[in-house]
Design a protein around this ligand. Structure first.
Ligand code: C2O
Length: 571
């Protein structure tokens, strides 16, 4: 560039800066953020025990991915571990970038030991708290981290500017070897073991053995307001979270702003994120931030201790004097409902579909199937000598051997069918009964069935919990989209009495369907690709509580899925 040209550009940029003072600053152009993820083992000592865990870059939880709205994020994932790996960008809508979504055998084959795959996606009109996690076997237990997307430069939050922000990741920790745990549980046919501890940002806190010094703490300046970005990355547990003597205000759920809602506790299911504001407005002291179980199913063993972190005021006495937080009891369904009732979109939801093209009704729940093993003592540890399964419309999803997206894109037949039913195979009292009123009929069918929809289909989907084995709150997650939660209730869904909110429903990617109840979601299927929808309790996913949506290309510009990247892993 000649010097006169360069001084001309300088002049222009000075002029625009000047304009920025007199008027509103032009919103900054989006940028590209690069991250290098190395999947590798790390030896850690926790709960009096030393073991290897799989991590990203030797961090637990893993590194935070920071970006701004509309930025492009490029993450090179090199697998230096002996296990197959993939990373899913949970809640990223992956507009025209389904190849980079990450669920193993759905949108890609795993990245094998020694291999590399580079994810590349844009955060189109997305800002707030999300997270990334491994999406293969149960590796997610230790392979996860936050995604924090700030508004564009110069764009304020629609709430008081926090003095500081903290990522708070809630997790479950096992002393067992995670990569082998899923296999072992599936081979047993029985339930999974409870975790050995809950953790807050990887720390169990003083309620667990050898952990009095293994406590996460947030230092609070009296009078200041903090934004806590809560993420539930636990494998199999929904949890309550509360801070002693402090109320907090929910301002964001699943990376969408909500009307401010003040509460003294939240329930957060695996896959959900919440942004909450808390003000250090109490006497100087140390206050517990507690995470405890929400278990709505019957006859399940679970970790019934609380993980504790500290919200410690500057100038407070030593942390041993922390005030305890009071959490709702583990089976307090009402405490869940009050938080859910408080979640409303900040702005009127003008784009919630009013007309529906595909009206789906899908039961979700557990099953017990017949045992076919010759060694039932080892392999049939489910109820009555059967094996546990889980299903949607009574079909247990079987993971294919290759990536479904590739099979669909390259028209390779034989790996899936297109006959997922839009209605249950049988109608009965879903919550209280079993098909044909025969209490022994608890079985599911198996298959890799998909639901194919045309581009632009306006979808309504009612999730209906079943009591075939036990009713339970299921955190249902959809890839590739956010959806409006337009209604929910207790019991069997009845269109005559169901109340719908089409004014300001929350826009989410994971919804905890009430135990023994239903929830209705709506979205427009305008992102072509192959999208997984499943329960975010990993044990239920392993048992088959999932289905795949295939959204066809549209006819217009920017309505078709681009070609796959050259480095896409092979199976
Ligand atoms: Cu965070 Cu398929 O999930």
């Amino acid at each position: 560039m000649t010097s006169s040209a360069s001084s001309f550009t300088t002049l222009i940029s000075w002029l625009s800066l000047l304009l920025c003072f007199v008027e509103k600053c032009p919103t900054a152009a989006s940028t590209t953020r690069f991250y290098d993820f190395k999947v590798r083992s790390l030896r850690i000592t926790k709960l009096c025990n030393s073991k290897d865990i799989v991590t990203i870059n030797g961090m637990f939880p893993g590194p935070v991915v920071y970006a701004q709205e509309d930025d492009t994020v490029i993450v090179r994932v090199s697998n230096l571990s002996p296990y197959n790996a993939t990373i899913h960008w949970h809640g990223v809508r992956q507009r025209l970038s389904c190849w980079f979504d990450g669920p193993s055998y759905i949108t890609q084959c795993p990245i094998q030991a020694g291999d590399t795959f580079t994810y590349n996606f844009t955060l189109v009109q997305q800002k707030g708290t999300l997270f990334w996690h491994a999406h293969i076997s149960w590796l997610r237990a230790t392979v996860h981290g936050a995604i924090v997307v700030h508004p564009k430069s110069g764009v304020p939050y629609p709430f008081i500017f926090p003095y500081q922000e903290h990522v708070i990741i809630l997790g479950e920790y096992w002393l067992r070897d995670i990569p082998r745990l899923e296999q072992a549980v599936l081979a047993s046919g029985g339930p999974p073991p409870p975790a050995d501890a809950f953790t807050i940002n990887g720390h169990p806190g003083p309620n667990y053995n050898c952990s009095t010094n293994d406590v996460y703490d947030v230092v609070a300046v009296p009078g200041k307001t903090y934004l806590l970005r809560l993420i539930n990355a636990a494998l199999n547990m929904e949890v309550f979270f509360a801070i002693a003597d402090h109320k907090f205000t929910i301002v964001e759920a699943d990376a969408e702003y909500t009307k401010p809602f003040t509460t003294d506790h939240v329930m957060i299911g695996p896959g959900q994120t919440l942004g909450v504001l808390v003000t250090a407005d109490q006497p100087i002291g140390t206050y517990s931030m507690s995470m405890g179980p929400y278990m709505s199913a019957r006859n399940v063993l679970f970790q019934n201790t609380t993980a504790i972190a500290y919200f410690r005021y500057l100038g407070a006495l030593p942390s041993s004097l922390a005030l305890p937080a009071s959490l709702p009891s583990f089976n307090n369904n009402l405490a869940v409902k009050t938080v859910m009732d408080g979640l409303r979109s900040l702005n009127p939801a003008v784009d919630v579909p009013k007309q529906i093209d595909a009206d789906l009704f899908v039961t979700i729940g557990l099953n017990v199937n017949l045992c076919h093993s010759r060694t039932p003592q080892q392999n049939c540890r489910g109820p009555n000598g059967g094996v546990f399964a889980a299903s949607m419309n009574n079909i247990s999803f079987i993971k294919p051997k290759i990536s479904l997206l590739e099979a669909y894109y390259r028209r390779i037949s034989g790996y899936y069918t297109e006959d997922f039913p839009g209605l249950p195979l049988e109608f009965y009292d879903f919550v209280n009964g079993a098909p044909n009123n025969s209490p022994n009929d608890t079985q599911s069918l198996v298959g890799t069935r998909t639901k194919v929809v045309e581009y632009g289909t306006r979808v309504q989907l009612i999730f209906q919990d079943t009591g075939t084995v036990t009713t339970e709150n299921h955190p249902m997650h959809l890839h590739g989209y956010s959806f409006y939660v337009v209604g929910y209730g207790i019991g069997n869904y009845d269109p005559k009495t169901a109340n719908f909110n089409l004014v300001d429903p929350p826009y989410m990617n994971t919804i905890g369907v009430p135990v023994g109840g239903w929830a209705a979601i709506r979205f427009v299927a305008d992102n072509p690709g192959v999208w997984f929808m499943h329960c975010h309790l990993d044990i239920h996913l392993s048992w088959g509580l999932g289905v795949v949506f295939i959204v066809k290309d549209g006819k217009g510009e920017l309505e078709s899925l681009p070609h796959p990247p050259a480095d896409l892993p092979r199976c």
